[in-house]
Design a protein around this ligand. Structure first.
Ligand SMILES: Nc1ncnc2c1ncn2[C@@H]1O[C@H](COP(=O)(O)OP(=O)(O)OP(=O)(O)O)[C@@H](O)[C@H]1O
Length: 278
C-alpha cells in the first residue's frame, strides 16, 4: 500500500476508511456453509487475493461485494455505505464467458463503453475519447484487433478487453474474477501489472479471485484463503504455509517455495485446484 492520496470516504479523524468492510459475515447454501464470522477490512490501495479450491465460495464472495448475493448474517459495506447493485465506484472483470459471435460491437466500442458508457453528464467525445480508448487498448496489447468484432475474438483476446473496460472507469474498488484465465504468460504479466498499477498508483482496493497465486505473488498484500467452510486471512507468507493449509484442509499439505514461486503438494484428492502441483 504505497499511495498517499485517497478517493475514498474519510473517517471522522480524516484518515481514509476501509474501502470494503465485512462484519460477522456468513453465507450458506442449503446445509453448506461457505464462511461465517468473517470480519474483514480491505483498505484503499490494498491488493487482496481470494484463494481456495473449486466451490469454496470465491465467486460468491465477489457477488456479495457486487450486491448480487445477500449475506445470511452480518454486514458488508463499500466506502462506508451499504452495498448497492451497479455502484459506479465498482469496477468488475468477470470470469471469462465468451461474447456471442454476432455481438454488434468492435473491440474499441467495448472499451469505449467503459470510458463513458455509465456516466451521466459530460462525456468524453471525439479525439479525447479516441485517445483514451487507444491508450487502454495499447495497455492490454489489443491494438492489432481494435476494430475487430468482439464475438470473433479468442477467449484471451476478449478477456484483455474486459480488463481494459474495467480499468477505464478508474474504480475505487476493482473486483476481478480469475482475470488471467486463458491468457498466455506475456499477457498474464501485462494484465496483472496493469491491475497492480490501478491498485498501488490509483489507490483502488483490488479484490483478485484466483486459483493460482504465483502470477500475482509480488503484488499481493493479503490473502483470504477459503476451504471447506473455513477461512484464513493474512499476508501470503503467513497463510501460504504447510501448517495453515494443513489445518484448513484438515489433511497434511506441504507448501514449498521455489524461485519465488509457491508450490502446494498433497492437496486432498477431492480438491480440484489451483496452485502448481509438484
Ligand atoms: N445461488 C446459488 N444457489 C445454490 N448454491 C450456490 C449458489 N451460488 C453458489 N452456490 C454453491 O456455492 C458453492 C460456492 O460457489 P462459488 O461459485 O462461490 O465457488 P468458487 O470458489 O468460485 O468455485 P470455482 O473455483 O469452481 O469457480 C458451490 O458449491 C456452488 O454450487
Amino acid at each position: 500500500m504505497t499511495s498517499t492520496t485517497s478517493r475514498h470516504v474519510p473517517t471522522p479523524d480524516g484518515t481514509a476508511g476501509p474501502a470494503i468492510s465485512l462484519r460477522g459475515a456468513a453465507l450458506s447454501f442449503g446445509r453448506r456453509t461457505l464462511w461465517q464470522g468473517l470480519d474483514l477490512d480491505i483498505m484503499p490501495g490494498e491488493f487482496f487475493a481470494v484463494l481456495g479450491p473449486n466451490g469454496s465460495g470465491k465467486t460468491s464472495f465477489l457477488k456479495v461485494l457486487l450486491g448480487l448475493q445477500p449475506l445470511d448474517a452480518g454486514t458488508a459495506t463499500i466506502d462506508g455505505r451499504p452495498i448497492t447493485r451497479g455502484s459506479r465506484s465498482l469496477g468488475y472483470i468477470p470470469q471469462q464467458k465468451s461474447f456471442p459471435a454476432e455481438t454488434p460491437l468492435r473491440a474499441r466500442d467495448l472499451v469505449g463503453l467503459g470510458v463513458d458508457g455509465h456516466r451521466w453528464g459530460l462525456r468524453l467525445r471525439g479525439r479525447a475519447h479516441r485517445e483514451r480508448v487507444d491508450g487502454l487498448l495499447r495497455d492490454v496489447g489489443a491494438e492489432s484487433y481494435a476494430d475487430a468484432p468482439v464475438g470473433l475474438l479468442s477467449g484471451g483476446e476478449q478477456q484483455r478487453l474486459r480488463a481494459a473496460q474495467a480499468l477505464a472507469t478508474d474504480p475505487t474498488v476493482l473486483l476481478c474474477d480469475e482475470p488471467l484465465l486463458s491468457l498466455d504468460l506475456n499477457h498474464q504479466q501485462a494484465v496483472s501489472s496493469l491491475i497492480n498499477r490501478q491498485c498501488h498508483d490509483r489507490n483502488s482496493a483490488v479484490v483478485f479471485v484466483t486459483h493460482e497465486i504465483n502470477p500475482v505473488i509480488d503484488y499481493v498484500d493479503r490473502v483470504l484463503y477459503l476451504a471447506d467452510g473455513r477461512f484464513r486471512v493474512g499476508a501470503p507468507a503467513d497463510v501460504m504455509t504447510s501448517e495453515v493449509l494443513s489445518d484448513l484442509y484438515d489433511s497434511p499439505v506441504e507448501v514449498l517455495h521455489s524461485n519465488g514461486r509457491i508450490v502446494v503438494v498433497g492437496l486432498p484428492d477431492a480438491t480440484t485446484h489451483h496452485h502448481e502441483s509438484a
